[in-house]
Write a protein of this length. Structure first.
Length: 149
């Protein structure tokens, strides 16, 4: 098994509420790893950095969890973590925590269009061609049937 050399983006999302088409293809400049709950992001980040020595570029909470959970994560993020932390609210607006020159982090408030620009610029969401391919695959798959006993 070969090791993926790309930097990692950890994402906790609420798939039912998010409209974002995350680009999980091998052509994406970062390796996106989905984490089930925002509450385990701290562990996943620490584990990736310390135990398996992976380069985590950013952590994203996409319409999952609460703003207070994001603040808790910010207060516990390892000092040596150089990456971004992004919290996307239900309305698409966001808060971005980034390292600043010297010591510490800065917290920026982003509009929904700024948050989409951030994700698009960093190659995290599928472009229109990728989105169209993903939609075509979904439409060609048979619909799942829910059976109740």
């Amino acid at each position: 098994m070969t090791r993926d050399p790309r930097r990692i983006t950890l994402v906790s999302r609420n798939a039912a509420l998010s409209h974002l088409e995350w680009d999980g293809t091998s052509g994406c400049p970062t390796r996106i790893i989905f984490v089930k709950s925002p509450s385990i992001l701290e562990y996943a980040l620490r584990n990736a950095m310390a135990e398996i020595q992976r380069d985590v570029e950013r952590v994203v909470i996409d319409r999952a969890g609460t703003a207070s959970q994001f603040l808790e994560l910010l207060s516990r993020v390892p000092v040596e973590y150089p990456g971004d932390l992004l919290y996307i609210a239900l309305d698409g607006s966001a808060y971005l925590s980034a390292r600043v020159r010297g010591d510490g982090r800065a917290l920026y408030s982003l509009s929904a269009s700024d948050a989409e620009f951030y994700l698009s610029t960093n190659g995290l969401v599928a472009d229109e061609a990728t989105y169209d391919r993903q939609q075509a695959v979904r439409e060609s798959e048979p619909a799942a049937t829910l059976l109740c006993a």
